[in-house]
Write a protein that binds this ligand. Sequence first.
Ligand SMILES: Cc1cc2nc3c(=O)[nH]c(=O)nc-3n(C[C@H](O)[C@H](O)[C@H](O)COP(=O)(O)O)c2cc1C
Length: 223
Amino acid sequence: MNNQVGIPLRVLVFHGSLRTESLNGRLAALAARTIEGRGNEVDLGAMSDFDCPSYDPDVEHEQGVPAGAESLCRRLKAADAFVIASPEYNASMPGLVKNAIDWTSRIRPQPFNGMQGLLMSASPSMAGGNRGLWSLRIPLEHLGARVYPDMFSLAQAHEAFADAGRLANDVLQKRFDETIGCFLDLVEAAKHYPRLKKQWVEFLGEHPNRAIDRVETSEVGAA
Ligand SMILES: Cc1cc2nc3c(=O)[nH]c(=O)nc-3n(C[C@H](O)[C@H](O)[C@H](O)COP(=O)(O)O)c2cc1C
């Protein structure tokens, strides 16, 4: 149920808020400590590292992809998996998170393709921002990411953290640990025992045409 005796992994962990006191930042930090506590390496990022101006095809044409997207791409490629703790804004993901994904999706090879990802959220609400994660899952899966089926949403997050940084509720803390442990087991299997071959086609259903085809073939987790 955990990768403590497994081969160390490198995981990019970041949160989707620019707020200094971000609850999702606290959840991301807790995830990072949990992953490191299992003998893995964490690259802990923040949304400020990846923030981009609003996507504009003209800007892309004239200036290329902004530094935030380049950075997200580089750090994804250096990792075996990613974890995002994202706020929920109006029952969806924050615009800046989608914007960073859109810019990053313009880079080839497209870095989300074949990556294992785990989604989590924190919100003062009773639903813990869970609806936002369902919207976040869509572009990531579209881009070929292997988004872990289980997600972790922390309800009433403004009251949920204990002083030591752990979750105040022991049962929730156990569930959090188990979710991360099971995810890491899958990442380890995908990295070291790759059997799954997949193809990513950006525009499924379009007429095949060598000049405009955007197709990538990969073995999930293959070195
Ligand atoms: C524009 C906006 C829309 C929001 N919509 C929701 C929402 O739909 N559901 C929810 O649970 N919280 C919503 N919130 C509250 C956020 O969950 C809360 O501000 C949270 O602390 C944001 O995450 P952060 O602490 O990581 O910045 C919204 C906040 C803002 C600013």
